[in-house]
Every structure is written in structure tokens, then in C-alpha cells.
Design a binder for this molecule. Structure first.
Ligand code: G3I
Length: 332
């Protein structure tokens, strides 16, 4: 580029969140990750229910193997997630006593954060705590088991505990549908900003907001609103990352090239808005190859063609949007 300062700036890291079983079983997939990624994280294995099949157990082994592999190759990693409405084990949701629920939350975060202290650069402390439509009755926070037991204070409690248990880890509010144009998305962005301010008013530290960035080819990214959101967060001293990027393509007609072209437009708009707001901590995709993705389970195409949500196809060949992404990471 023409800007020498930019040429000197280190590039924004690229990462992927993948399942440990796929990673361990598939050597080609592993090689792709090793070649392309600056960051590698377990997508599922640090969720409450997978980590804690019973109350006394902590199944650290699968995530440990991936995190240690990444570390030994100089790659970063991060944790997903302490508090979520989904993937809670039955023993947890059987707890009725709020004092006991609080004990479990604190103990969980302490044990897990301490186990990974110094190895995970950031944690999704809360995942998806904003209601799907925060303007609806019952909002703006999502109705979850944690909220029913402990109220909205479970969010502060989680941040306070995480801050103590691993003071060096960046603490993240992670959420979806923050990237698009329209009143529901405006409301969701506003609620995230509101939550950040509330936590800060309580003396808590929020380091970053994770934009999941599960994009849709048929939903318009609001570049202006995204840039404003990034600037508003920056003004509050809060960073930003893309934490689960992929492109959901079930509404796009056409062949693979048409699907990929539409995905490239969505990603390109998203990256423009993201980088215009502030420089992100990292851009992380949810998976890396179409070989393994949640999208066909949730939103399959109706024409029988496979979904193509990720930057590499099922044969591990890069898509056009990966070229766009690498360029943006390198040059801003
Ligand atoms: O491994 C078992 C398999 O043995 C069993 O036969 C099969 C039958 O259902 O289930 C398999 O486990 C599934 C697991 O993914 C592994 O693929 C679970 O049912 C399924 O619920 C689980 O889904 C994950 C989901 O979160 C819930 O934890 C997806 O892989 C994962 O991509 C998805 O990730 C979420 C993020 O955490 C938060 N943001 C949205 C994102 C996409 O939904």
C-alpha cells in the first residue's frame, strides 16, 4: 500500500474455532490449520456441559490437547464460554436453590479460568445474553436458566469471578446478530452498549465484544452502524473481535460460484464496517472448511447442494472471500 505506517503495522490475527475430534482425526485439516491460523480454539469442548458431565468432574483433556498443540506452534487460543443458555448439563439445570446456583457458577469459573491461566488470551464470559429481539416483553436480556435462578446479576458475578481468577485474560461479551441493517439489529447493538456501561458502572472490566458474525448472504450488513458500534465501544475503552465468522447461504440461488460470490460480498461489507470502527483483536471463523460446519444441521439448502459457509471448501481449497479476508487483515 501507499501508506508506509500501515505496511509496518503487524497484521490482525486470523483464527479458527474447531471441534477437537475433527482436528485430531483429520491430518489434512490439521495441516491447513497449521498453515493458515494464528489462533486456534476449541469450538465446543469448553462449554459447560461438555466440561462438566457431572458436578465433580472437569473434562479438561480434549481442550487441553488442542490448546497445548496451538501453544507449541506459537498460536494463540481463547475460551468459549463460561455462561451460555445452551449446552448446560441436566445436573446443573436441576439446581433450584439460587445460593447453590451461585456457588456452582463461581466455582466453575474459578476452576476453569485457573486451569487455563496464561494459556487462553481471552474468555467469552457470557455468550448470547441479549434476547433475540430485545424490544419484546421479557427483554432486553434473554430468558435463560442462569437469569431465572440468579437474575441479571449473574452477568456481573461471572465478570467479577473471571477477573479475579485470571486477571490477564481479556474478558468478552459474545453475541450474534450485531452486524445487520434494521431496527432489531439496532436494538441489539444498543443493548450490548448498555450492558457494557452497566458493568463498567459496577467497576467491572469488559475488554472486548465478540461479534459472532454468523452472516447471511441474504441479509444486508449495515457497514455504517457496524462502524459506529466499533467507535462507540472504543470510546468506552472496549475492543472488538469477529469471533464466529461464517456465511449462511440457504437463501442464495445458483451454483457454487454464485454462492461464493454472494458470500464474498457479505464478508467484504462486514470487514469494511468492522475495520472502520476500530482495529479488531482477531478475525476467527467458526470452523475453517466446509468439511465440518454447523450450518447444514441448522439451515440446510433446499436444492440439495451442500452449504458453503466457510473460507475453505470441503476439498480445502480457498474461496474468494478468504482472499478478501487475508488482504483486509494485512492492510486494514
Ligand atoms: O458428538 C455428538 C454425536 O456423538 C451425536 O451422535 C450427535 C447427535 O445429535 O450429536 C453430536 O454432538 C453435537 C455436537 O454439536 C458435535 O457436533 C450436538 O448434538 C450439537 O448440539 C452440537 O452443536 C454445537 C452447538 O453450538 C451447541 O453446542 C455446534 O457444533 C456448534 O457449532 C454450535 O456453536 C454455536 C456457538 O457455541 C455459539 N454461537 C452459535 C454457534 C452455532 O450454533
Amino acid at each position: 500500500g501507499a501508506n508506509p505506517a500501515r505496511a509496518l503495522a503487524p497484521r490482525v490475527p486470523f483464527g479458527a474455532a474447531v471441534q477437537v475430534d475433527h482436528f485430531e482425526a483429520d491430518a489434512d485439516y490439521r495441516a491447513l490449520i497449521e498453515r493458515e491460523c494464528d489462533l486456534l480454539m476449541p469450538s465446543n469442548e469448553l462449554k459447560f456441559g461438555l466440561l462438566r458431565p457431572t458436578r465433580p468432574e472437569f473434562w479438561f483433556d480434549p481442550a487441553d490437547r488442542m490448546v497445548n498443540w496451538a501453544r507449541s506452534r506459537g498460536m494463540m487460543s481463547r475460551g468459549h464460554a463460561f455462561v451460555w443458555w445452551s449446552t448446560n448439563p441436566p445436573w446443573l439445570e436441576a439446581i433450584r436453590d439460587p445460593a447453590d446456583a451461585e456457588r456452582v457458577l463461581v466455582e466453575h469459573i474459578e476452576r476453569v479460568a485457573e486451569h487455563y491461566r496464561g494459556r487462553l488470551g481471552s474468555w467469552d464470559v457470557v455468550n448470547e445474553v441479549i434476547a433475540n429481539d430485545p424490544r419484546e416483553p421479557g427483554g432486553p436480556l434473554r430468558d435463560t436458566w442462569w437469569r431465572r435462578r440468579l437474575g441479571a446479576r449473574h452477568i456481573s458475578l461471572a465478570f467479577r469471578t473471571a477477573m479475579r481468577a485470571d486477571p490477564s485474560a481479556k474478558l468478552v461479551i459474545n453475541d450474534y446478530d450485531l452486524e445487520f441493517e434494521g431496527p432489531r439489529y439496532d436494538a441489539r447493538r444498543a443493548e450490548i452498549l448498555h450492558l457494557v456501561r452497566q458493568l463498567q458502572d459496577e467497576g467491572l472490566r469488559v475488554d472486548m465484544v465478540g461479534l459472532q458474525a454468523h452472516l447471511y448472504s441474504h441479509i444486508k450488513v449495515d457497514r455504517e452502524a457496524l462502524a459506529r458500534f466499533g467507535r462507540d465501544l472504543k470510546a468506552l475503552g472496549v475492543g472488538l473481535l469477529a469471533s464466529e465468522l461464517d456465511v449462511i447461504d440457504f437463501q442464495v440461488r445458483g451454483d457454487a460460484d454464485a454462492i461464493d460470490a454472494a458470500a464474498e460480498r457479505s464478508v467484504s461489507d462486514f470487514l469494511d464496517g468492522l475495520f472502520a470502527g476500530q482495529r479488531p483483536y482477531a478475525v476467527i471463523t467458526w470452523g475453517i472448511s466446509d468439511r465440518y460446519t454447523w450450518v447444514p444441521d441448522a439451515m440446510p439448502r433446499s436444492d440439495g447442494q451442500p452449504n458453503r459457509p466457510l473460507p475453505f471448501d470441503a476439498a480445502l481449497r480457498p474461496k474468494p472471500w478468504y482472499v478478501t479476508l487475508r488482504q483486509k487483515l494485512a492492510t486494514g
